[in-house]
Structure formats: structure tokens, C-alpha cells
Write a protein that binds this ligand. Structure first.
Ligand code: 7TS
Length: 413
């Protein structure tokens, strides 16, 4: 039985985002840079203000009322996030600053203690720098070898190559759920299943998927998962790592200090239980609390409805962009196989010039290497232009983009 999905009420949703009411260079803002960061609904801004106006205190250490309220609010979001991820144990969730910090935590605390020279880490050619550089650094420290799954011409992972590259030497497979450049959605379950059969750990970079579609951490079968709140309507400065608690139990803390200890002597210390063991120092309480409001907002809209909206919008945008001559549009053909991220390249205009011209019409896109320089080299371009959608985008945004693009092409071409 297919479940019918409510359509998003985009007009109502747009009215919840104050920034979407502003103008840029005299034009209504058309915000198409959601892969970089998303805008915040009033509910998130209100939650942040309410926290500081009424509850602000340090957490886990006070008996006074404010300390208890702040602790309850902070820990409440951990529990809330556990439900959001499909019902995982809150003690398997560690708050970080962002996806980048979560991946670095995995490298330092979980992978480094169990890897040595001769071992391999398997990544892909479509990774963001934050899922490349921590492994380059780790390889330098440990002598482990990095391998990379290549991509096909239409921007998918070459799964035959993956099967060949995955060996008994592979200790970790770390990959993006959705590419921030190509939009490709990778077959996580297949990859995780094969990795598990070889005894390798899996780390999913879910920065570009969790905000946009229902994600059930355990159903996907991965061991570890990282994402950023700012890409899911929440504030900057908050991210998280989810891990199988058994794995996090064995983790060696990356940072030492207050909050993460059980007992401290002058010359030795023992660690607190999860998740405090991996959260040294005063956490970003206010932003985590506001992140809770973002999770509520996303669930009220419905992740399946958000996904359906983005598939529809992406299909429309692909159709319009593909009708333009001499424009390279990257990634899989079928919008069902991709997220709401579209990169494109026109020989006649540098992406930065295009982004500047679009900005003059109030249209915000990103131009550059998108923190994926190896992928740019693989595509044979210095940079691409990228439009990326979210729940508040509408066909009129795509129309404005295509019109602006056509104007720029006629100006430069
Ligand atoms: N992984 C992926 C797949 C990403 O797209 C990004 C950010 C990150 C990790 C890092 O997230 P952070 O919150 O730690 O910075 N991607 C982008 C982007 O595509 N444009 O700006 C940031």
C-alpha cells in the first residue's frame, strides 16, 4: 500500500522565514544556496531568544532551577534527535560544532586507536573536504592507506570498483549519503552491508541527506553518522555524531576537560559515561535548544513531504536547465536518484561571474569548488555553479534562476 504524502503548503512555509521577505539589490530574495546553509524559521529564532531570556545556565552541574531547566532542555534535544533518527539511543548521540568536527572525532577517537600501517580507509571521489582531510591527516599519523571509489560519467559511485576496492585490509568505509556537488544519493544499505561482511566500520556523512529526507540511522546499517544543524533549519555551531553505543564506549576522547570525567587526580583521570565522555567543556546549550525547535519544524512539515517537494522541484529545474544549449548539468538523470542540488557549467561564463550577475537579481547560488577539489579535477572544471533547494523554494525561484542564467549567457556569449 502506498502512503499518500501531504503536499507542502509552501506559501505558508515561506511566511515562517523572516529572511525570505527581504530584498537584495531591489529584488525579492531567491535563496538557492541551501546546501551551504539553510534559513531559519521564526520558531528557531524564538527558541533561541526564549532560552537566553528565561533559562540560560550551565548544564549538568547546578542544582538551582535554571541549571535544571537548561539541562532538561539540552538533554531533551538529544532525546528528540534520537527519535528523529528513527529511534536511536540518546547516549549514542554526541553534540559537536558541525559535521566536520564529528568526522574528526571519529578519526581521532574511534579509527586511530584501531588502525595501523597496511590498513586501508575507503573513501570516494565525491567527498567534501571534511570527509577527505581528516583521513589524509590520519594516514600521515598512522601509515594507513587511503583508497577512493571512482565515479561514473553520470556522477554515481562505481559499485563494481567499490566491490574490488573493499578488502580484508579495509578498516573503514566513509562516504557521503548525498553529494553536495552532484546531488547523487548513494546506495547506503548496499555499501554498509558489504562493508560489514568484510568487518569494516562505516561512517556516513549525512550532512546533505538528513535535512531533506527521512533517514533511519539503524535501518541504513551504518555504524556512525554525522550531520550539521545549520543545514536543517537550525543554528550554526551545532552538529552531531551518532554512533552505535558499543563503538562509542570504546572511543578514546579527543578532548579532555570538564564534563567528560568521572574522577580526576593530579596524575590520572577516568571518563564519564556516554555521551558526556565525548563532550568536554561547556556545550553550545542555547543553539542545541534552538536546534530542537528546528527538528520540530521539520517533522511538522514532514520529511517525506519535503523530499517529494524537492524531487518535483529538482525535476522541473533539470528539465529547464537541460533545455539550454551548451550547458553541462552534472549528476544522475532521474530526480528520484538525487537530492535537490544541481551543479552546472557553461564554458562561456566563469561561475563566479554568473553568481555575481545572479546576485544583482536577488538570486543566491554558490559558485566555486564546493569544498570538493578532487571532484572538480575529476569533472575537469575549475569550479561549477550550484543551485540547491529546500522546503521553502518554489518554481518561481527556478524560473528566476533560468531567466538570469539566460541573460548572463547572452551578455557574455
Ligand atoms: N559534508 C558534506 C557532504 C557537506 O556538504 C558539508 C558542507 C560538510 C560535510 C561540512 O559541513 P560543516 O557544517 O561541517 O561545514 N557543505 C557545504 C557546501 O556544499 N557549501 O558550503 C558548505
Amino acid at each position: 500500500m502506498s502512503v499518500s504524502i501531504e503536499r507542502l503548503d509552501v506559501r505558508r512555509i515561506r511566511s515562517d522565514f523572516p529572511i525570505l521577505g527581504r530584498e537584495v539589490h531591489g529584488h525579492a530574495l531567491r535563496y538557492l544556496d541551501n546546501a551551504a546553509t539553510t534559513q531559519k524559521p521564526r520558531a528557531v529564532l524564538d527558541a533561541l531568544r526564549d532560552y537566553y531570556e528565561r533559562h540560560n545556565s550551565n548544564v549538568h552541574r547546578g542544582v538551582h532551577t535554571l541549571a535544571q531547566e537548561a539541562t532538561e532542555a539540552y538533554e531533551g534535544v538529544r532525546t528528540r534527535l534520537g527519535r528523529f533518527l528513527g529511534g536511536v539511543e540518546p547516549r549514542g548521540i554526541v553534540f559537536t560544532r558541525n559535521t566536520t568536527e564529528a568526522i574528526n572525532l571519529v578519526a581521532r577517537s574511534i579509527v586511530e586507536p584501531r588502525i595501523g600501517s597496511g590498513d586501508e580507509i575507503l573513501l570516494t571521489e565525491m567527498e567534501h573536504h571534511s570527509n577527505l582531510v581528516p583521513w589524509i591527516q590520519l594516514a600521515k599519523r598512522t601509515g594507513a592507506r587511503l583508497r577512493h571509489v571512482p565515479i561514473t560519467e553520470d556522477g554515481r559511485l562505481d559499485l563494481d570498483a567499490f566491490d574490488d576496492l573493499l578488502t580484508d585490509r579495509t578498516k573503514l568505509v566513509a562516504f557521503a549519503h548525498a553529494s553536495n556537488v552532484l546531488g547523487t544519493i548513494n546506495p547506503v544499505e548496499r555499501i554498509a552491508e558489504r562493508a560489514r561482511a568484510k568487518g569494516a566500520l562505516t561512517l556516513l556523512d549525512a550532512a546533505q541527506s538528513i535535512p531533506h529526507m527521512p533517514v533511519d540511522a539503524r535501518e541504513l546499517g551504518v555504524d556512525l553518522l554525522a550531520a550539521s544543524a545549520h543545514k536543517m533549519l537550525g543554528p550554526t555551531g551545532v552538529g552531531f555524531l551518532w554512533g552505535r553505543p558499543e563503538l562509542l564506549e570504546e572511543a578514546e576522547p579527543m578532548l579532555g576537560g570538564g564534563e567528560m570525567i568521572l574522577e580526576v587526580h593530579l596524575d590520572r583521570a577516568t571518563w564519564a559515561d556516554l555521551p558526556q565522555k565525548l563532550e568536554a567543556g561547556t556545550p553550545n546549550v542555547g543553539d542545541v535548544v534552538a536546534f530542537g525547535a528546528a527538528l520540530n519544524y521539520l517533522e511538522a512539515a514532514g520529511l517525506a513531504a519535503i523530499r517529494a517537494h524537492e524531487v518535483e522541484l529538482t525535476g522541473y529545474a533539470l528539465e529547464r536547465l537541460r533545455s539550454l544549449e551548451n550547458l553541462r548539468v552534472y549528476g544522475p538523470e532521474d530526480p528520484e536518484h538525487r537530492s535537490g542540488v544541481i551543479s552546472f557549467y557553461d564554458e562561456t561564463i566563469h561561475p563566479h561571474d554568473l553568481a555575481t550577475m545572479l546576485d544583482l537579481r536577488g538570486i543566491a547560488i554558490r559558485a566555486g569548488h564546493h569544498c570538493a577539489q578532487p571532484l572538480m579535477r575529476r569533472l575537469g572544471v575549475p569550479a561549477t555553479s550550484r543551485a540547491s533547494f529546500y522546503l521553502y523554494n518554489e518554481r518561481a525561484d527556478v524560473d528566476a534562476l533560468v531567466e538570469g542564467l539566460e541573460e548572463a549567457r547572452s551578455y557574455f556569449g
